[in-house]
Design a protein around this ligand. Structure first.
Ligand SMILES: [Zn+2]
Length: 259
């Protein structure tokens, strides 16, 4: 048995047996770990706040027989603005679901802690949390071994012209406008991407977090990226992420209110 001191983000918090919580905490050195926080549901507990979903805290953990238990913790950032904004909260919850799905088979996968630090902060503070969520999920999928081929034509290798390209989901890549290239691939699920959207995706995939979550896009490119991101995610993960539908409903509702 041993004691471990670590910073971490709570990615998931589930109540169990009366007053306890089971936490999934993303840490810099130990990856994603599962910890029990005994009594954390009780209002009197000192572990209550540090067991809330998406908080950032420093934890003292007791490790015994491959299990972690939270001994004590001090909050670093409670991410309070998140709790007061249903759209931002849904965005972060969605991203947490994706991170948990990716880490299920590889809890120590590299970069996840840094990624979460940047992405959750930007979703909490940026004026456009929905766009940030989609940029973040494309970035994360790319880093975890699912990068789309977007730099040049998958078939002829030429750079894309102003005409843009067509993305073939079954090939995980984009193909230029030439018939000779497109006739090379069987029919599959596709989406047309403008040249600006292709440049945006290249920039996103090849740049560090501090740059790629600070992009400003035209409304047209923003919508193309979001449409692409939704379909790419479903294709790669082979499941429907229902919180994305909720985010869409919330956006439609807001826009309806403005008109
Ligand atoms: Zn080509």
């Amino acid at each position: 048995m041993s004691f471990i001191k670590t910073k971490g983000f709570v990615i998931q918090s589930i109540g169990y047996r009366d007053s306890n919580r089971l936490l999934k905490i993303l840490t810099p050195e130990h990856g994603l770990i599962t910890c029990s926080a005994l009594g954390a549901k009780s209002k009197k507990s000192t572990l209550q706040v540090v067991s809330n979903p998406f908080v950032f805290a420093e934890y003292e953990l007791f490790y015994y027989r491959e299990r972690y238990r939270v001994q004590s913790a001090s909050i670093i950032d409670a991410y309070l603005p998140l709790m007061e904004d249903i759209k931002r909260l849904t965005c972060v919850s969605h991203l947490a679901e994706l991170v948990l799905d990716i880490l299920r088979d590889n809890a120590k996968s590299k970069n996840s802690y840094q990624f979460w630090a940047y992405a959750s902060y930007k979703i909490t503070t940026d004026p456009d949390p929905v766009l940030i969520t989609h940029l973040a999920q494309i970035k994360y999928l790319s880093e975890q071994g699912f990068a789309p081929w977007i730099d040049n034509c998958l078939i002829c290798g030429n750079e894309f012209s102003e005409k843009g390209a067509r993305f073939y989901f079954a090939e995980y890549g984009a193909i230029c406008e030439r018939d000779s290239c497109r006739n090379n691939v069987g029919s599959s699920s596709v989406i047309d991407l403008s040249h600006s959207s292709l440049l945006t995706l290249m920039y996103l995939i090849h740049n560090p977090y501090e740059k790629c979550f600070n992009m400003r896009l035209t409304e047209h490119v923003r919508q193309e990226i979001i449409n692409y991101s939704e379909r790419y995610l479903t294709y790669i993960m082979e499941k429907n992420y229902q919180k994305l539908d909720m985010i869409k409903s919330l956006e439609n509702f807001e826009q309806g209110n403005i008109r």
